[in-house]
Design a protein around this ligand. Sequence first.
Ligand code: SAH
Length: 231
Amino acid sequence: MNADPIEIQKFSELAHRWWDPTSEFRPLHEINPLRLEWINARAPLAGRRVIDIGCGGGILAESMAKKGAQVTGIDLSEKALKVADLHSLESGAQVRYQLIAAEAMAEQEAGQYDVVTCMEMLEHVPDPAAIVRACATLVKPGGHVFFSTLNRNPKAYLFAVVGAEYLLRMLPKGTHDYDKFITPAELSQYARSAQLEVKGLKGMGYNPLSKIYSLNDDTSVNYLIACTRPL
Ligand code: SAH
């Protein structure tokens, strides 16, 4: 199985705080409107079939459902999915959550999705290229696939590990393993090998003074990538 049990456990232990916007998940809450709008501008979500891979507690999945998409969220943390389910009952968001690996879902529901999203997850798995292939299998010809992850270079180490975990204490120590960070060139290569075309790249930045996140052209730390599957 292409999953690291220690990683899954890490997220499970924090899962009860997923929807607390002041918790360890604050960065996901803060970046969500930005990534949601970037996705929606490239692939208008209303009425689309969408699958969110590594959905966790459902921050992105719910927000896409609220844009009118028919959303499935999958993850391997049972606790995170329970939190996601409970929260959707409370919020009224209609999301189908399922405990299943991306590769297994790709065998079951190949070519059934207009949009596939996989955010802040590839840097937690043993074989990210296999997840990218699964995403490419799940999307319909002509559909869109979006990834986000952390770049690998000294600045990314300084900001995403030293800054976020040790100096600002925004994330628990050990949240991110630098060796698993993925450069845009590597991710683009995984995408192309999976028959996807890379159409856009966007940086996600955090200003520790203003505490404000923004999308920009600086992909050196956190970045998003947009792909399509050719017809
Ligand atoms: N995508 C969500 C959550 C990111 S946190 C968001 O951006 O808001 C990373 C998530 O990936 C966690 O929920 C964790 O359980 C999940 N994850 C880690 N390894 C996984 C794997 N191999 N398969 C599926 N999900 C995985």
